[in-house]
Design a protein around this ligand. Structure first.
Ligand code: DGT
Ligand code: MG
Length: 415
């Protein structure tokens, strides 16, 4: 196995994505506290994206708009469109495709969600290093880059130094420490990766008018963590050497793949809080608690080493749509269930047909998930069947057939 420093991987994540898409369309919303809400019938709607101006007032995602207005009376709101009684995300999906197209001109990308993508820059960096022929990297090429862990050994009272001033000092210190003629230096490779990511982000903004942040490191997990360190409109380089410091205060649940059950069981079983604390356990201890595969992954990961490849994929693997019916709105008759399945199937038919034209591929499997009232899990039941025709009526009938046996009411017409 390699030492985990052989690749250059970046993660780009759009800043308050839905808000930016609305701001691009409506200039009145620009540079203001602003949020995007979904459904407006209950407490002003649920917030799904918040501008950084509004975050300063304490407004957060998944707050009710009415509550957010109490924190920030001047908050401007934009609404997610609705069609067939549910959210229609077409506008944001199209903006996402614009961004992904620009990114993929630079290198192979893996779309990770509607507004983020991983990039493997390893070979692009190698080519760029050849062109540079040992010239040092200039700080001018890294105008929005933070080097995590730098400046080191700063003696001035930190609070008195401007954030931008600290960024520059750290960057200059880092660049001074690099050996620009050693093309196999992992630190130099990351730095050149950061230069390319600066160019990518500038190109995205120029072409789409949308801003993003990025993380640059040796693997997907570190790149994703790095991206969150200096949002918005900035990028952060996390070197292998900065991992102990970064992980020493990084809550385990904040690490990619550890936000769910595995992360929770690590905290409970080992009685630890931070990612760095994992280094005190042997590989076999970790394997005995969490299985062979997870144990080995954790043992390497807490040391900053991870090998998951960036998989070439610019489009999503699955197309999905769904709707929640909380509390009193829960569906209770067969008619209701069938009607809503048809609404969802109609959206799917539209999007599948567009996908077949755009991406030259066909879907072959239909999966149906339902959640029963009171179940805290994301889904109570999941069933699959073949998808043979892009036909809403056929899909909704097949979906109903797949879940009908789950009806616990005992009466055919009730649910
Ligand atoms: P950021 O990345 O912290 O600057 O802010 P966002 O708004 O880009 O947040 P992110 O990256 O977690 O999510 C990207 C977009 O996905 C966001 O703009 C709206 C959408 N989104 C996030 N959470 C939800 C949700 O719970 N429901 C719906 N419908 N959309 C969501
Ligand atoms: Mg985002």
């Amino acid at each position: 196995m390699s030492n985990g420093q052989d690749r250059v991987v970046a993660l780009l994540d759009m800043d308050c994505f839905f808000v930016q898409v609305e701001q691009r369309q409506n200039p009145h919303l620009r540079n203001k506290p602003c949020a995007v809400v979904q459904y407006n019938s209950w407490r002003g709607g649920g917030i799904v994206s918040v501008s950084y101006e509004a975050r300063a007032f304490g407004v957060t995602k998944s707050m009710w708009a009415d509550d957010a207005k109490k924190l920030c009376p001047d908050l401007l709101l934009a609404q997610v469109l609705e069609s067939r009684g549910k959210a229609n995300l077409t506008k944001y999906r199209e903006a996402s495709a614009e961004v992904m197209e620009v990114m993929s001109r630079f290198a192979m990308i893996e779309r990770a969600s509607i507004d983020e993508a991983f990039v493997d820059l390893t070979s692009t960096v190698r080519e760029r290093l050849q062109k540079l022929q040992g010239q040092p990297v200039s700080a001018d090429l890294l105008p929005t880059t933070y080097i995590e862990g730098f400046p080191q050994g700063l003696t001035t009272a930190e609070g008195t130094v401007e954030k931008e001033e600290m960024r520059k000092q750290g960057l200059l210190q880092w660049l001074d420490s690099l050996q620009s003629d050693n093309t196999s230096s992992p630190e130099l490779q990351l730095t050149v990766g950061a230069v390319i990511v600066e160019e990518m982000r500038a190109a995205i903004e120029r072409q789409t008018g949308l801003q993003c942040s990025a993380g640059i490191s040796h693997n997907k997990v570190l790149a994703k963590l790095a991206c969150a360190l200096h949002k918005p409109n900035r990028q952060t380089l996390v070197s292998h050497g900065s991992v102990p410091q970064v992980f020493s205060q990084m809550p385990i649940s904040k690490v990619r793949h550890l936000g769910g059950k595995l992360g929770a069981s690590i905290i409970e079983i080992l009685g630890i809080e931070y990612m760095g604390e994992l280094t005190q356990f042997t590989e076999s201890q970790l394997q005995s608690h969490f299985g062979e595969k997870n144990g080995s992954w954790l043992y390497a990961m807490c040391r900053g080493i991870e090998h998951e490849p960036v998989r070439p994929r610019q489009v999503t693997k699955t197309l999905g749509c769904g709707k929640n019916f909380p509390g009193k709105t829960a569906l209770v008759t067969r008619e209701q269930v069938q009607w809503w399945l048809l609404q969802l199937a109609q959206e799917l038919e539209e999007r599948l047909t567009k996908d077949r034209n755009d991406n030259d591929r066909v879907a072959t499997q239909l999966a149906v998930s339902i959640r029963v009232l009171g179940d805290k899990r994301l889904s109570s039941l999941r069933r699959c069947c073949a998808l043979t025709h892009y036909d809403a009526h056929k899909m909704s009938q097949d979906a109903f057939a797949a879940i009908r046996n789950y009806n616990t009411s005992g009466i055919q017409t009730e649910w």
